[in-house]
Ligand binder design. Structure first.
Ligand code: FAD
Length: 391
């Protein structure tokens, strides 16, 4: 009889596990995801771009067409690790193996007004909402008086990590385009990138921060470091030393493991609610282990968690481990794969870092496009990738 593999999450980790296992064959695979689409977060900033061509989501049904994977589009509300059983809004599923890959969500750190007022940038829906809001602002402020226009077209991005930097570059370029389109003076527009740490991209080298800051400034972005957000009201954003009048605040400064993880009994959680796992990515409290249950991607407390690259390599590792285990073969320990950073900053400019190697400008931008295409080719047949890019 075929062994059952239950996968929760149709993101990077979940789809990679399911595709690799389907390729190996011999398993009854069920993938449960609350979103019918796979969302390609590294491409989210393109929704704010000027070009209409945007490749950021693919129906899971297209990815798993002709694959031995049963898709269930539903929200998982309960997980029993002992039984390897999950409960969704409409049913109960049980497997011989359980893979949990539910990703992360935005964290607001209890800052007053933030969840209600701020724009998030963590899903296609949020990116589209922000894009529509910006367009509406320009439409409206093409006709308002000076002070109202200046406040209305003041945009604040909080968090200068890869997501905030990418977004700031894209937003500054979009603003210029919309200013022309609606006949608004560029001097009425302000884009602030605000960071609690002492520099942008604090996890990278100082030379990368320096180059990226220069690039952002050339695009017209104001960079304010060492500022922690205290409060957001409908028209004002409060920091320790200043209050900014702005109608748009985009929050990219906090990320935490999906709240489902905190509801699963038996998991031991580390910083940012990441799940402590053993050498095979199985949840553990240091003494006992939930055997044949795997936590992968953003939710696992591994060295490079929080990146798509890690979620993909976790998926590949877990598929291999499940396959070996069911064949009674020796299992290899998990080892975190080193990651590379390729971050776009406005049109045709990016930074690429691999270990201590760093490069900036057009070439990394081209490489980023190639990386996107290579990724889609790894989950879709060539004709589907062609369709995506020729839409
Ligand atoms: C704007 C942005 C840009 C990024 N850029 C990069 C980049 O350039 N390079 C890089 O390496 N990383 C990047 N990342 C990080 C990367 O996207 C994540 O690390 C990656 O998505 C994690 O994969 P995952 O499989 O753990 O989770 P996800 O890809 O988030 O997938 C989680 C899945 O679980 C599903 N789900 C959640 N809750 C439930 C539930 N209760 N029931 C059923 N299904 C559920 C979701 O619908 C989703 O399908 C970026 C992230 C963002 C937000």
């Amino acid at each position: 009889m075929q062994q059952k593999v239950l996968i929760v999450g149709g993101g990077f980790g979940g789809i990679r596990t399911a595709l690799d296992l389907a390729k190996k064959g011999g398993f009854e695979i069920t993938l449960i995801s609350k979103n019918p689409n796979f969302e390609y977060y590294p491409g989210l900033h393109k929704i704010l771009g000027i070009s209409e061509r945007v490749t950021v989501q693919v129906p899971l049904a297209t990815i798993f067409k002709n694959k031995q994977v049963t898709l269930v589009i539903d929200t998982v509300v309960e997980v029993d690790l002992e039984q390897k059983r999950v409960t969704t809004n409409t049913g109960v599923f049980q497997g011989d193996f359980l893979v949990i890959a539910v990703g992360s969500q935005t964290e607001y750190f209890g800052i007053a007004g933030l969840p209600e007022m701020a724009y998030g940038f963590k899903s296609v829906a949020e990116a589209k909402k922000l894009r529509a809001h910006i367009e509406t602002l320009f439409e409206k402020h093409a006709k308002t008086e000076k002070t109202e226009t200046v406040v209305g077209l003041h945009m604040v991005i909080v968090g200068a990590g890869p997501n905030g930097v990418d977004l700031a570059g894209e937003l500054a370029s979009l603003d210029k385009y919309l200013a022309k389109k609606y006949g608004v003076l560029e001097s009425f527009i302000t884009v602030d990138l605000i960071e609690a740490g002492s520099r942008v991209l604090g996890m990278m080298s100082e030379s990368v921060s320096h180059q990226v800051e220069q690039r952002l400034r050339s695009l017209g972005v104001n960079i304010l470091c060492n500022r922690e957000l205290r409060k957001e009201d409908s028209w004002t954003v409060k920091f320790a030393d200043m209050t900014i009048g702005a109608q748009t605040l985009v929050w990219t400064a906090g990320i935490i493991t999906n709240e489902l993880v905190t509801k699963i009994k038996g998991l031991t959680l580390a910083k940012r609610n990441r799940v402590i796992v053993d050498n095979y990515l199985q949840p553990t409290n240091g003494e006992s282990v939930f055997k044949d249950v795997f936590c992968i991607g953003d939710i696992a407390d591994t060295k490079y968690a929080g990146l798509a690259q890690t979620a993909l390599s976790d998926g590949t590792y877990v598929a291999r481990t499940i396959s070996k285990e069911s064949a009674g073969k020796h299992l290899k320990n998990y080892s975190a794969k080193p990651v590379a950073y390729n971050i776009g900053v406005g049109p045709r400019w990016a930074v690429l870092t691999i270990g201590s190697f760093e490069t900036f400008g057009l070439l990394p931008h081209v490489m980023r496009t190639l990386i996107d295409i290579r990724f889609f080719l790894s989950i879709l047949p060539v004709r589907e990738v062609w369709k995506l890019y020729s839409k």
